[in-house]
Design a protein around this ligand. Sequence first.
Ligand code: ARG
Length: 260
Amino acid sequence: MKKWIIQVLMVGLIVSLMAACGADAEDAASTSEETEDKEVLKMATSADFPPFESYDTEGNFQGFDIELAKIIADELGYELEIEDMDFDGLIGALQADRVDMVMAGMSATEDRRQNVDFSNAYHRSGEMFISQTDAEVDSLEELEGKVVGVQLGTIQEEGAETLAEEYGFEVKKVDDASILIQELNSNRIDVAYMDKTVAKGYVDSQGFVGFDDPTTSSPGMAIAFPKGSDQVNKVNDILEELTDSGKMEELKDEWLSDYE
Ligand code: ARG
């Protein structure tokens, strides 16, 4: 009888030892998977924002942010993987650690700094109101009674909400910045409120007219990381090197000079 109990106890012990080893093996597997993952730098963007990020005619990502991201990934020794999503989802993707960094012409605002870390700024722009030539909107006062489109989750959304109260216009929010242009072309909005560098491109390519927002003081665009990411300092060093070597200027000449 006693021998029987000992046998049962022994079996129990062996089973639990095996389970523990199994758990160890699993841990080891997930660690090595993480190490493998590290070789890929996952960047998220919202590819609706030329000249910073958009698609070329073959469906590849293109733009200033894309080129800068490639250089950064290269310098850090990672393979770059780019995921396109709505601008409004980018901060959440970083907070959930679904991606390692975001480059999307994102302005490094104090509000966003509560939830993500930013590199140093790499570009400064302003804000602009653009419309069809016959709209005759040349000032904030003339926005009264108009429908002004903005991209959801952007600083322009927030800025427009504030200005709307003072100047009496309606704000229409859309997910995608290129939809703003379609809305403008089809007269579903009177005015689009957007980043100045991007807006200038549309003024040139689509014949819109526009005026600068005299009230804006937005912070520069920067690369966003999950809070506490150890990439921030390394990326700041890379940005500094690129500026010192003249490579940054070269990139800006190539992608942004037509938009100034
Ligand atoms: N600079 C603005 C912001 O940070 C707009 C950025 C929009 N970017 C984009 N890829 N659609 O809110």
